[in-house]
Design a protein around this ligand. Sequence first.
Ligand SMILES: NC(=O)C1=CN([C@@H]2O[C@H](COP(=O)(O)OP(=O)(O)OC[C@H]3O[C@@H](n4cnc5c(N)ncnc54)[C@H](O)[C@@H]3O)[C@@H](O)[C@H]2O)C=CC1
Ligand SMILES: O=C(O)[C@H]1O[C@H](OP(=O)(O)OP(=O)(O)OC[C@H]2O[C@@H](n3ccc(=O)[nH]c3=O)[C@H](O)[C@@H]2O)[C@H](O)[C@@H](O)[C@@H]1O
Length: 464
Amino acid sequence: MPIKNICCLGAGYVGGPTCSVIALKCPEIKVTVVDLSKDRIAQWNSDKLPIYEPGLDDVVKSCRGKNLFFSSDITSAILEADLIFISVNTPTKAFGNGKGRAADLKYVEGAARIIADVSKSDKIVVEKSTVPVRAAESISNILIANQRPGVAYQILSNPEFLAEGSAINDLLYADRVLIGGEDTPAGRAAIEELSSVYQHWIPKTNIVTMNTWSSELSKLAANAMLAQRISSINSLSAVCEATGADVSEVARAVGLDSRIGSKFLQASVGFGGSCFQKDILNLVYICESLNLPEVAKYWQQVIDINEYQKTRFTTKIIESCFNTLSGKNICIFGFAFKKNTGDTRESPSIFVAKTLLDEGASIRIYDPKVEQNQIYEDLANSVICTPPEEWRPRVSVHSDPYSCSEGCHAIVICTEWDEFINLDYQKIYSEMMKPAYVFDGRKIVDHQALLKIGFHVQTIGMRL
Ligand SMILES: NC(=O)C1=CN([C@@H]2O[C@H](COP(=O)(O)OP(=O)(O)OC[C@H]3O[C@@H](n4cnc5c(N)ncnc54)[C@H](O)[C@@H]3O)[C@@H](O)[C@H]2O)C=CC1
Ligand SMILES: O=C(O)[C@H]1O[C@H](OP(=O)(O)OP(=O)(O)OC[C@H]2O[C@@H](n3ccc(=O)[nH]c3=O)[C@H](O)[C@@H]2O)[C@H](O)[C@@H](O)[C@@H]1O
């Protein structure tokens, strides 16, 4: 039977955009996105959506109230649905067994329990969240243990590969859609039904089906290998700085080999975002649990190099500023973990800000999309050595880059927002303390032009 009604548990960065695109492409399917957070649902129903994502506003506006609904009535949405996406958060465990590494599946478990409590008809339950291998088995166990007579479940794995900042494009033109399920008649039928939803806009040849565990592991593997490329080029950036090679030239030369490819070789202050670190830590934990210590160690290195890169960058700032930041004003351009998003989860900017504060600096922050409250919350949540009453007066958030940099000793570029490339750096220089420094953590500005103006410039992966 074709899918008529979809429910998505979790109205976050994945559930919101994914279901909006499904609603756009499948006008005959009713899509309801629910969340435990009433605030988040209210925002999805307002003019100011809870997340910034290019193109998202238009998609939501064209479907909301027609076949796309955001609701806090989880029970009704589950009752009506033929297919339910579980798109809840799967953070790293903060305490207990596997603390700091294992994925915390409490929200996935909570979602499975609500589905079991409420469902009165057959459901296809789709794991959209990124989970450890064999998590579908745990979901299945909860559903079966609490099953009402006559209600049948099929569990599918359908990991999401969108990247923030390009989510709508990634969803519309996905390289591939992955669906894992049971190799049984009922399992194959469920795979076919989910596949037919995607076939509204994704060519059938791009929809790849496989066994559930392969699908779950493929998601962790994809993120681990993407992050590995960044750590690889970042490790080489240190070699470039020590030798006079330029990491962009190395990346270009290496990337021209079609077996390697040119994407994801941009050296940076380090990768951020809610997933790379958590998913690799999860992979490391799984490998350790499977008694595969060599494999665990191999992937752990991707994280270790990322920490090394962030520390290398901040150390360079401190050392260049006469090894003391006490009493100095440092301007941070960019607080989001990458451009075109307002998301700050695991943003390298948080690490940079915290380190500079610990060194006694006053910091001034500008980001075009991150709200002031979010910045203060992130700083309060990161482990700052000094108590809040000591660091808070030393932080200010600005609504434009010029007021932000005025009177500062240094500018630190942490996010690669396009607008940072073409600022009037002559004007900025004239209003800064001298010597004026630029530390470009994204290798995006015209370093020669800045040197000509009079700035002292340092960047990642090349000597100036
Ligand atoms: N953010 C990203 O770009 C990507 C994330 N993922 C994965 O997708 C999953 C979701 O990630 P995000 O959307 O970023 O998380 P998020 O934190 O933005 O959203 C998750 C939402 O689920 C809600 N929730 C938790 N338990 C619930 C329940 N029982 N019923 C209803 N709602 C519930 C939370 O209130 C929250 O609003 C994670 O596993 C993540 O690893 C996968 C690909 C991309
Ligand atoms: O599972 C997830 O959450 C998602 O994680 C990443 O997406 P995302 O974290 O949104 O953004 P990316 O574009 O991958 O960037 C991650 C971090 O790496 C940095 N990066 C990226 C590319 C690069 O060459 N260099 C580099 O430093 C970015 O600035 C950012 O801090 C993956 O790209 C998605 O495919 C995946 O679905």
